[in-house]
Design a protein around this ligand. Structure first.
Ligand code: EPZ
Length: 417
């Protein structure tokens, strides 16, 4: 499937179930390099990024199989410590294998990580932390070669920025290190605690997962375990935006309410009713949304950067002018040129988007440029009068399972080509 044809104007209604979180299952897969024996991960989403991570596992000599939403992984000492460049380039999060490979083998070779075009995605925070843990790093022919003969050593690490990936890498690096590693100013995203919960089941000695200070006491050996991946809070926010822009009423099932307080608050400010009932969130939108004067994306528990694009699409038809300020990525609004094809009136000044709400959007052909920007174009097409074609869906398939089917279940007129 490379294109969607969406006939907009349908008010969405009904219920949709959320899959496991992409940004949790990826580090969980990386962490199995630390283990010996069988692990089973339940509630895994079927995404191209997940297959990319499993292919990297396979290149290291670990075995895996998938049965619906269950992934079984057979961990052993890796046959290689190098991630093939072709696999590295498939997704940015492949850098998260670094800590686990280095901690397990004392060696690692990676190339510059790939991923979507959100701006320069450096790994300086990762590198600085691993050097503090005793790793030697050198560059050769576009590859980074890491050595920690004798294993990594525990260290006190203060992150300049609460990087999600760096926090996860350090946790995995510390799990088998000699001594204790303490991470200050750690990222607090729920996916971090999902990782530490799993590693503790595997025998790791970790406290503070999900808080700004994580303490990891290295152990000698970790074994496989069974774990259920937390639901995807960004997928949930995406369906909320679909309900909001179409003036619909949708029940988003299998969520953890505490994971998107900030998201719910913004949709309420835009005029939606948002309520929680037994692990579901119910959103009912007005005929037309109110503008939201100022939204700032922040690290958790603030409004998540990944939900910014779909919110921006919803606000493009609000009554009034909204402003979204992005604090995490340089090029988060790269998709707005494509969004303007629908008649949306967006002005972007660096990391600030000013959205002058219009009463109507018109169908247009457009192409996805990144994962969340692509989701935002689909959200806009649900509202646009006429038939829109959305291309380059490969970006969206990295992070959303069954998006078209689920939107069709909610009443959208969508054809996959
Ligand atoms: C994770 O990316 C998520 N990806 C992203 O989701 C998410 O947007 C991001 O966290 C923020 O919440 C996964 O979990 C797989 P960061 P990550 O390290 O780890 C800068 C999606 O759409 N930085 O917290 O890459 C970096 O340039 C994806 O699902 C450094 O400067 O995010 C960025 O500006 C997109 N040096 C900011 O920090 C570093 O060494 C946030 O990066 C590392 C990061």
């Amino acid at each position: 499937m490379q294109n969607l044809i969406i006939k907009g104007g349908k008010r969405l209604s009904g219920a949709v179930s959320i899959h496991g979180a992409k940004n949790s299952v990826l580090p969980l897969i990386c962490s199995t390099v630390l283990l010996t024996g069988k692990s089973v991960l339940h509630n895994c989403p079927e995404l191209t990024d997940v297959y990319a991570a499993l292919n990297i596992l396979e290149s290291l000599g670990l075995g895996w199989s998938m049965n619906g939403a269950d992934i079984e992984i057979i961990s052993k000492y890796p046959e290689s410590a190098e991630i093939p460049e072709s696999l590295m380039l498939k997704m940015r999060s492949s850098v998260m294998f670094l800590g686990a490979i280095l901690s397990r083998t004392g060696h690692a070779v990676i190339s510059a990580p790939g991923g979507c075009r959100l701006g320069p995605r450096p790994i300086d925070i990762h590198l600085s932390a691993l050097k503090k843990m005793g790793a030697n790093v050198r560059e050769n022919g576009g590859k980074l070669i890491f050595d920690a003969s004798g294993g990594l050593d525990g260290a006190e690490i203060v992150l300049d920025f609460p990087s999600v990936g760096a926090t996860e890498n350090i946790i995995m690096a510390g799990a088998l290190a000699n001594g204790t590693t303490t991470v200050y100013n750690a990222a607090r995203e729920p996916e971090i605690k999902d990782l530490t919960d799993f590693l503790i089941k595997c025998g790791a000695d970790i406290s503070g997962g999900g808080t700004d200070t994580v303490v990891i006491r290295g152990v000698r050996r970790l074994t496989g375990a069974e774990h259920t991946v937390i639901p995807d809070r960004i997928e949930a926010a995406t369906y909320m935006a679909a309900a909001a822009i179409t003036g619909g009423s949708v029940t988003v099932k299998n969520v953890i309410p505490g994971h998107f307080t900030a998201v719910s608050e913004i949709f309420r400010e835009a005029g939606c009713e948002v309520s929680f009932l037994d692990g579901d969130v119910i959103i009912t939108a007005p005929e037309r949304l109110n503008a939201v004067k100022s939204v700032k994306t922040r690290v958790y528990p603030g409004f998540p950067t990944d939900a910014g694009p779909v919110l921006l699409s919803a606000l493009s038809v609000a009554c009034g002018t909204s402003v979204i300020s992005e604090s995490i990525f340089e090029n988060r609004f790269g998709f707005t040129d494509e969004l303007s094809r629908f008649g949306a009136r967006i002005k972007v000044f660096g990391r600030v988007a000013v959205i002058d709400g219009v009463s109507e959007l018109s169908a247009a052909p457009c192409n996805c440029t990144d994962l969340r920007g692509g989701a935002a174009l689909i959200i806009a097409a649900l509202k646009a009068n006429g038939e829109s074609r959305i291309g380059n869906l490969c970006h969206v398939m990295r992070g959303y399972q069954d998006l078209a089917n689920n939107l069709r279940t909610l009443g959208a007129d969508i054809i996959e080509l």
